[in-house]
Design a protein around this ligand. Structure first.
Ligand code: ADP
Ligand code: MG
Length: 569
């Protein structure tokens, strides 16, 4: 019983497929990059599994990716002899989308559609942001079939779909090791021979462009030339497979020889982000404890930046051999958007995630990566202010978490922070610039925390500062509530809330006769309000409002109180 089934795509998967089928995406050739990327991952995983499980019956002597073209049938097959998928995996990995943020993406797409004009560009942009992996096959094919067999299993499975609503799965007995995806290509556009994917020249060019750095051989299989086929001595043996990628690990090549375009493609491969990286960072160490790293900062915040289950970390290699994805031990949580590769030369290939966390070498590498990322952002801030501004507006919220979690680098993190302030309504300020503008007599960095800039600007607490000409940082991110309590000062200037305690604005004390005039009023108010407030005081803080509430030094700010209440504490 081959156990044939027809199954419906999950709703979100169905919507994404519709987008692919009707895609107006001009760069349809990226589908090949996606399939090769999956094949390469599958080979990495198989090699690793064979190291870790000596009983696994697999052949790893000739791992490769084959691209087979049949111009007559108009098919293109991308085949790997990697890890493969079980039937359950095919259904869960290919039939559904488990990525965080899919719902939001689709909602945005619907909004873009509803908005009418320009919506096609908006959808293309959103597809680009999301990356659609396997489904991108449907940009060029009207039917896709896949035969796969999981390493160690005897039975394979065949999956097939036109991308319209349902797919079929059926067991197959004689499936080769790995996965073969066959695209039944849409009719070629006579006007556009550059995008005919049944043409070997197109495939060669596309692989060179997007996948040259893949370290596994990518081989082109072309059918026998027609002359041979029709000649007397015609034999049906296909041409020798031809390896069409250079297979050089980018991080092992001299920096000056790698083009931005090559870095960008590699970034797409490791990050699953379709955009260009904002910044490429390379570092290396030689000697007893040798490693190379190639890291990227994204140009936009990843969709899952603030999801609990977000993936984090870079790929770990040991002497060019892939060891694991998402190696958390190499990157602290507040830098979870950093993607890339670390190739360490002296680690065991069998190292586990648990052991990695404690490995001294890994800890040292991590330390250096963090410092390098922070110093790269610092020099961006100095030399490429626009790039820095993009970085900060996209990723600053995550970086600020480091003020709490990474004591050792607190100073370096403060250096690269910028905050909205009363100095400029548009442009946030760095702390160094804030200090430079401080008038004589001001000896603290003043800040206000709250929900929105405008609420803070209109707060009565602000009046005295405005009158005095003191700049105030306007902190509206939730994380701000937390770090301001954890970070004492920047360059010896304490962070001081404008709502807390008796902020010393350098004015004289309230004159004795004024105090006497108000004594009975204050006494009466303190009694009347004893349930609500600890004390009622005269103050210089206010210039036009009659009263404002202040906290004791060390009290929670109102927003923090609200946060805790919302969390039920
Ligand atoms: P992504 O690669 O971003 O996870 P894809 O849509 O490209 O998304 O692929 C979905 C999943 O299907 C992959 O994560 C992988 O687990 C599985 N998969 C796809 N292609 C292959 C393949 N050639 N071999 C093994 N597994 C694969
Ligand atoms: Mg993929």
């Amino acid at each position: 019983d081959p156990h044939a089934e027809t199954i419906e795509f999950q709703a979100e998967a169905r919507q994404l497929l519709q987008l692919m089928i009707h895609s107006i995406y001009s760069t349809k050739d990226v589908f090949l990059r996606e399939l090769i990327s999956n094949a390469s991952d599958a080979l990495d995983k198989l090699r690793l599994a064979s190291y870790q499980d000596k009983d696994l019956q697999v052949d790893t002597s000739d791992l490769h990716i084959d691209l087979g073209i049949d111009p007559a049938a108009r098919t293109l097959t991308v085949a790997d002899n990697g890890i493969g998928m079980s039937r359950e995996e095919v259904v869960s990995l290919i039939g559904t989308i488990a990525k965080s943020g899919t719902g939001e993406l689709l909602a945005k797409l619907r909004d873009a559609r509803a908005a009418g004009a320009g919506s096609e560009e908006a959808s293309a942009e959103l597809i680009g942001q999301f990356g659609v992996g396997f489904y991108s096959s449907f940009m060029v094919a009207d039917r896709v079939s896949m035969v796969t067999r999981k390493a160690g299993s005897a039975t394979g499975v065949r999956w097939e779909s036109t991308g319209e609503g349902t797919y079929t799965v059926i067991d197959v007995e004689d499936a080769p090791q790995g996965t073969a995806v066959t695209l039944h290509l849409k009719p070629a556009d006579a006007e556009d021979s550059l995008h005919d994917f049944a043409d070997p020249a197109t495939i060669r060019r596309t692989v060179k462009r997007y996948s040259d750095f893949i370290t596994w051989p990518i081989r082109l299989l072309t059918p026998p030339a027609e002359e041979t086929a029709t000649a007397e001595s015609a034999d049906e043996t296909p041409n020798e497979p031809e390896t069409i990628n250079s297979r050089q690990a980018l991080w092992a090549r001299p920096q000056s020889e790698v083009s931005d375009e090559e870095y960008a493609e590699f970034y797409r491969h490791v990050s699953h982000d379709w955009r260009e990286p904002l910044e490429t960072i390379r570092l290396a160490a030689e000697g007893t404890f040798e490693y190379q790293a190639l890291l990227f900062l994204p140009s936009q915040a990843p969709m899952d930046l603030f999801y609990r289950d977000a993936s984090r970390g870079v790929q770990l290699y040991v002497k060019r051999v892939f060891i694991m994805d998402d190696c958390e031990a190499l990157v602290p949580e507040y830098l979870r958007f950093v993607k890339g590769v670390v190739d360490a030369h002296d680690l065991s290939l069998n190292i586990s995630r648990e052991i990695l966390q404690q490995d001294r070498q890994i800890q040292l590498i991590r330390k250096r990566l963090v410092k390098k990322v922070l110093s790269t952002v610092k020099s961006m801030q100095e030399n490429e202010p626009e790039k820095y501004a993009t970085f900060w507006s996209e990723l600053g919220r995550a970086v600020k978490e480091g003020l709490l979690s990474d004591q050792d680098n607190q100073e370096a993190i403060l250096q690269i922070c910028s905050f909205p302030s009363t100095h400029d309504t548009e442009k946030p300020t760095t702390l160094a610039d804030y200090l430079a503008r401080m008038p004589d007599g001001q000896d603290a960095i003043y800040y206000a925390t709250g929900d929105s800039r405008s609420a803070l600007e209109h707060s009565p607490h602000m009046e005295a500062f405005r009158a005095k000409g003191y700049e105030v940082l306007l902190l509206t991110d939730q994380i701000d509530e937390l770090w301001v309590d954890a970070v004492p000062a920047f360059e010896d200037k304490p962070f001081t809330s404008i709502t807390r305690g008796e902020v010393d604005l350098g004015g004289e004390d309230v004159a004795e006769d004024v105090k006497q005039d108000f004594e009975s009023l204050l006494g009466w108010m303190t009694t009347e309000l004893s349930e609500e407030v600890k004390a009622v005081r005269l103050s210089h803080r206010l210039t036009s409002s009659a009263v404002c509430l202040v906290g004791e030094p060390g009290d929670m700010t109102p927003t923090l109180e609200k946060m805790f209440r919302a969390m039920g504490q």
